[in-house]
Ligand binder design. Sequence first.
Ligand code: PTJ
Length: 244
Amino acid sequence: MTVPRSHPRYLSLTTRDKLVEGWENGLVATQGLIAHGRGEAFDYLIGEITTDEARDAIRAAAATLILAEDPVISVNGNVGALSAGDIHILTTRLECKVEVNIFHRTEERISSLVSHLERHGIENVLGAEPDSNIPGLDHARALCEKGGIYSADVILVPLEDGDRCKALKDMGKRVITIDLNPLSRTSMTADITIVDNLTRAIGALGEEILRMKDDPRNELIRIADGFDNHENLKRTLRRISARF
Ligand code: PTJ
């Protein structure tokens, strides 16, 4: 069924359709549909908007990514299906690499995701030929490429899993995540957590990068270093409590 534009839940319903289509095309894991439902529940709680707290996190993320020497965007099934176009824009503004890294790993899904991202204009997508391991993980998300995630200094990894977030930090990387659940282990472990729907956050991040990319280095450092993730998450939780 085609959702009419006039439907009050148009955006939410068409986002679901995109994910289901991604699942039918072998991009999205079945578990990804369940994970999206959890995300939707938290999106209700924050009011389905990019909050002031998320905007502060987006600014800190933009500054951190502009300052990075070797930034990488890690893409899983949900992220590829929902946001490939916005990720392409990010790569052109940051000149960063993209690596497919999935939890429910099959070679078919990896190659479907790589082709999907390339069809959206992203070049040299990494992840199909892993030659390294993130230490301390015994699942498929440990697999990565030396020239990509393994050697990156900053990683943007939307819908991360808590274990890998910690393992990446243990490797000395700065981790930026997008996660609607402010209580997830990932949210609490990352250096910068953008509590927002990735369908809003990645576009907003791209706009902020465009606005800030010629700002003086000192100013970018001030914004990146001045961000306190735990304080920002507390503010988000206070917002949710107030809505109750
Ligand atoms: O493609 P794969 O194989 O790597 O699998 C992807 C999933 C998402 C299934 C996998 O990474 C997973 O199991 O994730 P989790 O541990 O369920 O975490 C997903 C987190 O993302 C949860 O905290 C959700 O609230 C959140 N989330 C879901 N949809 C969105 C979201 N956050 C932002 N935007 C969304 N659209």
